[in-house]
Write a protein that binds this ligand. Structure first.
Ligand code: SF4
Length: 467
């Protein structure tokens, strides 16, 4: 998937009790770079320090951190963040971690996801005198923590998190403690690892691997972990709720070498492709995937269908985000800048093109045109997920419903718009099956509109416990 993409949310990481905490957090952010490319930051401390040292900036991890800044951040505990702006615009004051002074210590906070009641909580907090420095949801959590009745940081964070709704994975650091929390439905992923004598948490297991940590377990939905010199303590934000991990983490967001809830992302994607070939076979000469997120599904499709897999599109890996160009011709060149069809592979052949999803449809239409222009005889588009019909409220930047090509359209209507010879999607049950569960185990709201957490905040009250 490229161009008119869903934008990854953010990535978080935290390390406790390791002499190279800053360097390893830096490495972890590289591993999580696919989850956010607009800003990066690290807050660090030596346990027992008075304050936290912070560096954050706009851009990629490589652009934000140099040797000198990393030197200045020395510590044995750290939290890091890469951000794609989901709430709050792209500016340095919205970059994370956010470091605040409260309850006689410093607190560094970073989160991935979106709080569905943040706007209401912000209004309530402002009405009671809180002054906000940024437009990010993270600051709402900081203000709620400051207002909590307890002086103990774990209890205060717990109180704050009991007020917020939505999908999130959060890390927080004081010079004495590291915290990690996951929303009660477990929409956003977060895992725990052992790093020497210390601990590590991260959005994805690929970050644990990169830092040399050993995976211990996923942070449970609704769990707040507190890690300090006493060891690791598990606190509950809420009672057990039905879990609803974002199914799109498997389909597109997570790195193929990550494991989520015990399932490897590459293998799940390959299975998606295999099921797609079983449910929607077609006579063809070659199978290709849209790089890079659809390659695993394309190999699964090819294997199951017994059709050779070939690289029909070559991706320029040095292109970051491109601005959406006005006008059809420039837009087409913008896609071509990223993806170039391989004439020798597709010319005179019937091509199955596997993609993980179609959002607005503009890129799919251009890819079909590009493949036809280099001589593809037929193009059969196969999508390894169901039609994307509803917006996400849990930290994924989707287009508004009006821009989603599948909203209110049949598959045949979408096929006609993108210009493929045939088009087929995998259904929700099959996607859940590939991820080792049933539909009720996952958030599938962008396909079926069944939101695990109400997207609209209707409660008129401000806060219960905190006020
Ligand atoms: S609505 Fe879709 S993208 Fe958003 S959390 Fe649910 S499955 Fe993921």
């Amino acid at each position: 998937m490229t161009g008119d993409t869903l934008r990854e949310e953010c990535g978080v990481s935290g390390i406790w009790g390791h002499p190279h905490a800053v360097t390893l957090t830096h490495y972890a952010l590289y591993a999580l770079q696919h989850r956010g490319q607009e800003s990066a930051g690290i807050a660090a401390a030596c346990s027992g320090d008075d304050g936290l040292k912070l560096h954050r900036g706009l851009g990629l991890v490589a652009e934000v951190f140099g040797e000198e800044t990393l030197e200045s951040l020395r510590g044995d505990c750290a939290v890091g963040h890469v951000r794609y702006a989901t709430t709050g615009n792209t500016s340095l004051r919205n970059a994370q971690p956010l470091v605040v002074r409260l309850k006689s210590t410093s607190l560094g906070l970073a989160h991935n996801g979106n709080l569905t009641n943040a706007a209401r909580l912000r209004r309530c907090l402002e009405g009671r005198g809180s002054i906000f420095q940024s437009t990010s949801d993270t600051e709402v959590i900081a203000h709620l923590t400051a207002r909590a009745r307890s002086d103990e940081m774990g209890a205060s964070l717990l109180e704050a998190l009991q007020e917020v709704r939505g999908g999130y994975a959060m890390v927080a650091l004081t010079p004495g403690q590291l915290f990690a929390a996951r929303d009660p439905a477990g929409i956003r992923p977060l895992c725990l690892g052992k790093l020497g004598d210390g601990w590590m948490v991260a959005s994805e297991t690929c970050a644990l691997d990169t830092a040399g940590a050993t995976f211990v377990r996923d942070v449970a939905p609704g769990e707040l972990l507190r890690i300090d010199d006493e060891g690791l303590t598990s606190l509950r934000i809420t009672g057990k709720a039905p879990s609803a991990l974002c199914i799109f983490e498997y389909i597109y967001f997570a790195r193929p070498d990550s494991n989520l809830e015990g399932h490897n992302v590459h293998q799940v994607r390959k299975e998606l492709g295999r099921l797609l070939a079983m449910d929607h076979p077609v006579d063809a000469d070659v199978v290709s995937g849209v790089p890079a997120s659809s390659l695993s599904a394309a190999t699964g499709y090819a294997e199951q269908a017994g059709i050779p897999y070939e690289m029909g599109l070559v991706r320029n890996r040095y292109i970051g985000r491109t601005f959406i160009q006005p006008g059809d011709e420039l837009r087409k060149l913008g896609v071509r800048l990223k993806l170039n069809p391989l004439r020798k592979v597709v010319e005179g052949r019937r091509v199955v093109l596997v993609d993980d999803s179609i959002v607005r449809g503009t890129t799919s239409k251009i890819l079909v045109e590009l493949l036809r222009a280099v001589g593809a005889e037929e193009i059969h588009l196969r999508i390894s997920s169901p039609p994307y019909r509803y917006p996400c409220y849990y930290g994924i930047d989707t287009s508004s419903k009006g821009e989603l090509i599948a909203a209110g359209r049949t598959v045949e209507e979408i096929r006609a718009i993108v210009g493929a010879d045939s088009l087929a999607y995998l259904d929700e049950d099959r996607v859940a099956e590939a991820a080792g569960g049933t539909r009720s185990d996952f958030c599938t709201a962008c396909f079926d509109g069944d939101y695990p957490v109400p997207p609209e905040e209707t409660d008129e009250d401000c806060f219960g416990e905190v006020d």
